[in-house]
Design a protein around this ligand. Sequence first.
Ligand SMILES: [Fe+2]
Ligand SMILES: [Fe+2]
Length: 248
Amino acid sequence: MVPKGSTATENTMMDKIQAGIKLESADEITDEYKEHLLTLMIAQADSELAGAYGYVPWIEGAPTIAEKLAMANIVKDECRHAKAIYDLLAKLGINVNKLVFEDKMKNRMKVFYEPIRTWADLVMFNFLMDRAAGHQLHDAAECSWGPWSRIMTEIEKEELMHVKHGETWVSKLAKDPEQKANIQKALDFWFPKVNKVFGKGGTQSNQRYRHFKLKQRDNQEVRVSWYDEIKPLLESYGLKAPDINVVE
Ligand SMILES: [Fe+2]
Ligand SMILES: [Fe+2]
């Protein structure tokens, strides 16, 4: 699937990466770099599109008219994120129609296979997962592949708005005595699944990604930065944050 045969040399490429010069064209990168880059971008594109599909039923399921528009806007954002990354992949020779229409976005993160069953589920997913995505995208925004890093900087801003939406609703439901148990249940359901998306700390593949500056931090560092934000927030809403080691 990965077109091989790059003539780029490891040394020239690594010199640029270490000097902080962004790589801009396929003839500047080695086959190994390209393979890692494609793995990350395909997982992201498939996850963005699967994420959009997950929110679609909640245009109809939203509890207010204003919320229908908010949901439709999030769906639009996620579709746009997906298209931007698929366009980059197409430029690198990937058959993106196959990824979407034949493979049905099978490279998405596992959490995007979980159905969203209630409004409490939706807003908790929004609170936990969009923030997790934001932390991962932050690493990508600083990555060595120029075209991806520029798009990530834009996407990150929109993800922050999704995060705000999740925050507003989780705090609102947590304050409602009739909804409090439901939102805690949604937290306990989603937490281990979202916590898993960061992957294990200290893996060899993560070291390779960092070598190429496709990632900047160890998986565990990214997980901790996410957890350090959500724990005090959840506690301020009167919810009980699960332990950071609870991973499904
Ligand atoms: Fe997104
Ligand atoms: Fe999002």
